[in-house]
Design a protein around this ligand. Structure first.
Ligand SMILES: C[S@@+](CC[C@H](N)C(=O)[O-])C[C@H]1O[C@@H](n2cnc3c(N)ncnc32)[C@H](O)[C@@H]1O
Length: 267
């Protein structure tokens, strides 16, 4: 178990071209592409937090991950590589995305790497189904309400851990223009934009807490690299938490908001 932190993961990716080449992170001359720097850092920061979580899991048992809105599945490929090479465990990965071409690309990369422990599916996260019990749901920059789908799916499946780094969060922006106690903040477009992000993450976190998860919010990379750097990390505890669900309802009522996450439980 040599790898412990983000810097070590970055060093590993710097050195190991057998994972970075198939992922297209390098030029033909072997140097890492500058334009991939941000994504590589996000993946390393996210992997650091995932490794902290799975370190506590039983090593004898297979860990099943679901990467929602996986795109090219960089996160899953890097994570699979680290877990196999550094932790001597073979995890299993599902990846899902609404973009058919990206799913085909994931399949091509999987075939080049010879990874047999991955299945990619085309479709919406919320509509998906899987033939193995998912332990950990992960999502990096699932656009807008696709993050809510990842959280809802994780809760519905009873995943042990749900770890999402949200992307753009447009849904609440238009809902918080007026009729709440902080209109003197949200009347300014720029502040409304930033406040919508904070409120969305707060509502998601309270909803997860109310659904029986212990929730922490962490930064996976410096905000100088990207403002979309907040990880909502949730760990399943026993049963629902009425008090936290009440906190969610209070916050929701205060701003009269309508978050997708909750809607997925009304269907
Ligand atoms: C910003 S990209 C992030 C891709 C990848 N996670 C990454 O970090 O490179 C967002 C992805 O979400 C996918 N997506 C959007 N809505 C979705 C949904 N409801 N279910 C699954 N995937 C979705 C898009 O096709 C796109 O690939």
């Amino acid at each position: 178990m040599r790898i412990t932190n983000k810097e070590e993961i970055l060093n590993l990716l710097e050195q190991e071209d057998n994972i970075t080449n198939p992922l297209g992170f390098r030029h033909n001359n072997g140097l890492l592409k500058k334009e991939m720097n941000k994504k590589i850092n996000e993946i390393a920061g996210f992997c650091e937090q995932i490794l902290k979580v799975v370190r506590k899991f039983d090593r004898e048992k297979e860990i099943v991950f679901l990467e929602c809105s996986c795109g090219k599945s960089y996160l899953s490929f890097v994570l699979s590589y680290i877990l196999e090479s550094e932790f001597s465990t073979t995890p299993f990965f599902f990846g899902i995305d609404t973009n058919k071409e990206l799913i085909q690309r994931c399949e091509d990369t999987r075939s080049v790497l010879g990874y047999e422990n991955m299945v990619f599916k085309h479709g919406r996260t919320i509509d998906s189904s899987f033939d193995r019990k998912v332990d950990v749901v992960i999502a990096l920059h699932a656009c807008n309400t696709a993050t809510d789908e990842a959280i809802a799916k994780g809760i519905k499946m009873g995943a042990k851990n749900i770890m999402v780094v949200p992307c753009c969060q447009g849904q609440l922006r238009s809902q918080i223009k007026s009729h709440h106690p902080l209109t003197s903040v949200t009347q300014f477009g720029l502040l409304r934009y930033k406040f919508a992000d904070i409120l969305t993450d707060a509502l998601r976190s309270q909803f997860l807490s109310g659904s029986g998860y212990y929730v922490e919010l962490l930064e996976i990379v410096s905000p100088k690299l990207t403002p979309k750097n907040i990880l909502i990390s949730a760990r399943k505890q026993k049963g629902k938490n009425k008090r936290n669900l009440e906190r969610y309802n209070q916050l929701n009522n205060m701003f009269n908001t309508n978050l997708s996450l909750q809607e997925f439980f009304c269907q």
